[in-house]
Design a protein. Structure first.
Length: 256
């Protein structure tokens, strides 16, 4: 493992695990981005995309793949008594299916949309569609948890941010965009989020090729990641590097 450089906490890299050579034009280069809730994973992804010299990038959030809740589970969720940070809350089989289809070069891959207000996946007419991207970035708290999912990534990243920073961000996010009150957020954090993070999320850091301390503010680490991806891209025509009018897909797939 290599720290670049340790005194400034830029990025921890495990070069032996990084993809070498040129990206296969017949299948996308797949990147998994994990990290605890509110660590800034989506912001890191957005900044990497800004720096990648490809117009065909699809970013997918794992939040798209929450399971549909039963009426009893929905009542628990409404009372902030359901654990959305446990692996059982996610449909890993569907995540794997989507990534396998993308890696196989499928022309049209559907990604579901999840509504946090109703705690349910919306109908197929709300699906978002991905059309043969060159790069796929899949981000989520448990993106590196399932070994089957992990095996589909050519590069694995973990975003590492202090717990107090993450909690403050989660409070602001959930109050502003998910319609939750402070007491419910804190109850859920203490009962579910903190123990699940320690049990299921933080251990996946060991599987990462790159660890990004401080999240999206760590522009040096983000530059390192983007440069590595760009080094793998096959030579393109001059206009391919022009990001104006690009066909980038940021698939959040979540209604808050």
């Amino acid at each position: 493992m290599l720290l670049l450089p340790s005194a400034m906490h830029f990025a921890v890299m495990q070069p032996a695990g990084l993809h070498r050579g040129v990206i296969d034009s017949q299948k996308p280069f797949c990147i998994g981005v994990a990290g605890a809730t509110a660590s800034g994973k989506s912001s890191v992804v957005a900044k990497v995309i800004e720096r990648v010299a490809s117009r065909h990038v699809a970013a997918i959030t794992q939040d798209c793949f929450y399971r549909n809740l039963s009426p009893e589970e929905r009542a628990q969720a409404d009372a902030s008594d359901y654990n959305f940070d446990h692996p059982n809350a996610f449909d890993f089989d569907h995540q794997i299916k989507v990534l396998q289809e993308l890696r196989a070069g499928a022309r049209d891959v559907s990604v579901p949309t999840y509504d946090f207000r109703t705690h349910s996946r919306l109908g197929s007419d709300h699906d978002q569609h991905i059309h043969q991207p060159q790069i796929v970035i899949f981000e989520g708290i448990l993106a590196l948890h399932d070994p089957r999912l992990r095996s589909l990534f050519d590069m694995k990243i973990f975003v590492d941010v202090e717990a107090d920073v993450r909690l403050a961000r989660r409070i602001r996010r959930d109050m502003a965009s998910r319609g939750r009150d402070l007491s419910g957020i804190l109850q859920q954090y203490e009962q579910f989020v903190k123990p699940s993070t320690e049990t299921f999320v933080l251990p996946t850091k060991a599987h990462a090729d790159v660890i990004v301390p401080r999240g999206a503010e760590n522009t040096v680490a983000i530059d390192v990641i983007a440069r590595h991806i760009n080094s793998l891209l096959a030579p393109t025509s001059p206009d391919e590097g022009d990001r104006s009018g690009s066909e980038r897909h940021i698939l959040q797939g979540v209604l808050h």
